[in-house]
Ligand binder design. Structure first.
Ligand SMILES: *Cc1c(COP(=O)(O)O)cnc(C)c1O
Length: 360
């Protein structure tokens, strides 16, 4: 069986062990005589799957009792609306604009209230994280919003912003489970799972219990209230059942790897291999301010569009796929999520060194 090294930003690489296990269970899930895809979400077998997935996620992230774990749909984009609909009591929120996803969330929030952009790094193509130690947080802000890891630009908040006591809401789509987090620092942590956890179609929202109320903006659809899903154990309607099942397998895989502390170490090792190469290369350059570099998404350029295109093409032929950068940054981007093995990063760097020798 031929597998490539897949550096896609999302949907992205999954652990081979997880895919193999899912394949083995495809026709007959543990004696039920059917696939999880064909199973009622109200069955005992499925209830056990979702319960175990939640329990394993709670253990991995050390999620306190007073936070709910919700398995939702609609992608991260739906959270751009759900967050203001559920939290904007004063109709004021502050957004830190560190890239396209934060900007889209900010624009969406403007449909529901006053959404202020209190900091931005757009002046330098979002290649850094602004200083967030003393921002003009609005006195009546219902929350402060960040996109914690900027998938397109390759930056990451290594220090959370000083919200001056206001609630912090974070989109962690592309750094979910890549390192330990202190859940209590957030009101809501959410992310689409298709970057670092599982198949597209599932969004996980970890929401502090006191934020889950019926006091939402008038006209909020039933399906867009956190309370609807919290009250029903994420099964108000048919959940993305198969996707949650795969997420559950990834949680077990992460536990077997040693949990999030071990993942952080491994991710730092992997990222260092690539960044160290970029820092000494005469051809390739990283595009992000060093102290704000992401462990998950690594954009880089040669400085020449022709060479960039040549590199992407030759890399693909050699089995390193999806390295083309986002159209707003250009160049290349290697997404090296949890499931990218260290051998994949080493092999990529060796290929880059060879390309450099042939093209400088
Ligand atoms: C991919 C991504 C999104 C968009 O996710 P959808 O599930 O397609 O809505 C939002 N935020 C971040 C940080 C992402 O990486």
């Amino acid at each position: 069986m031929e597998r490539v090294y897949n550096f896609s930003a999302g949907p992205a690489v999954l652990p081979v062990e997880v895919l193999e296990e899912a394949a083995a269970e495809m026709l007959n899930y543990r004696g039920t005589g059917m696939s999880v895809m064909e199973m009622s979400h109200r069955s005992k077998a499925y209830q056990a799957i979702i319960d175990e997935a939640e329990a394993d996620l709670r253990e991995l992230m050390n999620i306190p009792e007073n936070y709910k774990v919700l398995f939702l749909q609609g992608g991260a984009h739906q959270q751009f609306a759900m967050v203001p609909m559920n939290l904007m009591k004063n109709k004021v929120a502050d957004y830190i604009i560190t890239g396209q996803w934060a900007k889209k969330a900010w624009k969406e929030a403007q449909l529901y209230g006053k959404a202020n952009a209190i900091a931005s790094s757009e002046d330098a193509t979002f290649s850094y994280i602004p200083d967030c130690s003393d921002l003009p947080i609005s006195e009546d802000a219902d929350y402060v919003y960040i996109c914690e890891n900027n998938t397109i630009y390759g930056t990451k908040f290594h220090t959370l912003p000083n919200t001056k006591g206001k609630l912090l809401v974070s989109d962690v789509s592309s750094c979910f489970l890549s390192e330990p987090v202190e859940v209590t620092k957030y009101g809501i942590i959410y992310g689409g799972v298709q970057k670092n956890i599982g198949p597209a179609g599932v969004v996980i929202a970890i929401v502090r219990e006191d934020l889950i109320t019926d006091d939402v903006l008038p006209g909020t659809p039933t399906m867009l209230k956190y309370k609807t899903h919290a009250d029903a154990g994420s099964m108000y309607n048919t959940p993305p059942a198969y996707g949650i099942y795969i997420c559950g397998k990834v949680f077990k895989w992460l536990k077997k790897q040693g949990g999030l502390t071990a993942m952080k170490e491994r991710n730092e090792t992997k990222a260092a291999i690539l960044y160290d190469f970029l820092d000494q290369s005469k051809l390739f350059k990283g595009t992000v301010r060093k102290e704000d570099r992401s462990l998950m998404n690594v954009p880089f350029v040669t400085g020449s569009k022709e060479l960039d295109a040549k590199f992407v093409k030759e890399a693909e032929a050699a089995g390193f796929v999806n390295l083309k950068g986002h159209r707003s940054v250009g160049g290349m981007r290697a997404s090296i999520y949890n499931a990218m093995p260290i051998e994949g990063v080493k092999a990529l760097v060796a290929f880059m060194a060879k390309f450099e020798a042939e093209n400088v």
